[in-house]
Design a protein around this ligand. Structure first.
Ligand SMILES: [Zn+2]
Ligand SMILES: [Zn+2]
Length: 363
């Protein structure tokens, strides 16, 4: 495709004071092994709000370098640099949101999230330009092919949130044997319910402090039971599971109380995974985990091969992560989009372009 470089593109940046700024940029030219992607959908992540939008909190991998924001992009390749090995013009793609050095131990395992190269590790939307612009420059090695049966808004969510959830659920293993508790029903919690259900979990219980989030989970048909968080949450979960607790528990709240609820509501011999970031937790190892033979996992993002596997399974399961999107905005209204996300009374929020624009979805 011929790119008109006489014109420039708009990109959104996050100054760190709960606002969104806009700047004009040259449309990038792909170098060796790089592609230019026409952005189609770019979803907002909870980590953007936590570490960039309200203030620039992050350090190291979460340090924000003032680049175009957005680390959950999906789009179509419109121009290729020289030296391409697999992808071509016109391919629909998801960007694994961290570009790693490709050669360290973690990159070789496919976990570029954990790349140890200070010089070469760069996350899209954090240390290199991300998806809140009309075009994104990406490296071919960071791409995952998006099947035709998935939309770009399905794909955008795989880039970070869904991939992260899939990794966590795979660590604890989910099947039809399990009652699953998800604490924290923001977009990551909703995605956890969606994937756990697809993996066969028969009893799904969701917990949050925000009533609107419980309503969204229920309206989407992702839960069997919802509980507003309170001092008796653990007892209520046990009451819903014949006094046992859940075989698998997923913390997406990142809060001290949420994590403790997960640990204590896990059934004997059960497994819990912590996905939600930040905060702390205090628990009593002997009664809370040791005597009941419980295991707690930590899980951070995923590998690029698992992301490819997830995409394959989404098609097989015939589920659409875009169902979790409650609001779509054009880039020019990114300010409203981030404000709404920071408020938390919503599902997933997407900035959309071209065929992903559905004007009736703007509130
Ligand atoms: Zn993210
Ligand atoms: Zn590396």
């Amino acid at each position: 495709m011929k790119i008109d470089r006489a014109r420039r593109m708009t990109g959104a940046i996050l100054p760190g004071d709960s606002t969104v700024g806009f700047r004009e940029y040259d449309i990038p030219v792909p170098g060796h092994g790089e592609v230019l992607i026409k952005t189609k959908s770019s979803t907002i992540c909870g980590s953007d709000i936590r570490a960039i939008y309200r203030e620039h909190l992050g350090k190291g991998p979460e340090g924000y370098q003032g680049v175009i924001a957005g680390h959950e992009p999906s789009g179509q390749i419109v121009e290729c640099g020289p030296g391409m090995r697999r992808f071509a013009d016109g391919d629909r793609v998801i960007i694994y949101h961290i570009s790693g050095c490709g050669l360290c131990y973690d990159c070789r395992r496919g976990y570029m999230i954990s790349c140890t190269s200070e010089e070469h590790r760069k996350a899209y939307g954090w240390q290199r330009d991300g998806g809140m612009a009309e075009y994104i420059l990406a490296e071919e090695k960071d791409l995952v092919l998006l099947p035709d049966s998935l939309t770009y808004t399905d794909g955008a969510q795989v880039a970070c949130g869904l991939g992260t959830v899939y990794e966590g659920l795979e660590k604890v293993g989910i099947s039809g044997n399990d009652a699953v508790l998800v604490v924290g029903l923001g977009p990551v919690g909703l995605a956890s319910l969606m994937l756990a259900k697809a993996m066969g979990a028969e009893k799904l219980i969701g917990v949050d402090v925000v009533p609107e989030r419980l309503d969204i989970a229920r309206d989407l048909g992702l839960v069997d039971e919802v509980l507003i968080a309170g001092p008796d949450t653990v007892e209520r979960v046990r009451a819903l599971t014949d006094g046992n607790g859940c075989e698998r528990t997923i913390d997406c709240s990142g809060s001290e109380k949420g994590r403790l609820t997960c640990i204590q509501a896990t059934r004997k011999w059960g497994k819990s995974v912590f996905i939600g970031e930040g905060g702390s937790v205090e628990f009593q190892p002997s009664p809370d985990i040791i005597h009941d033979q419980k295991t707690i996992f930590g899980s951070w993002v995923t590998s690029i091969w698992k992301m490819e596997e997830l995409v394959e399974r989404l098609v097989r399961w015939d589920i659409h992560p875009e169902d979790l999107v409650t609001h779509r905005f054009p880039l020019a209204r990114a300010g409203e989009a981030y404000t709404l996300m920071a408020d938390g009374k919503c599902g997933k929020i997407a900035i959309v372009f071209d065929e992903e624009v559905r004007s009736n979805e703007y509130p």
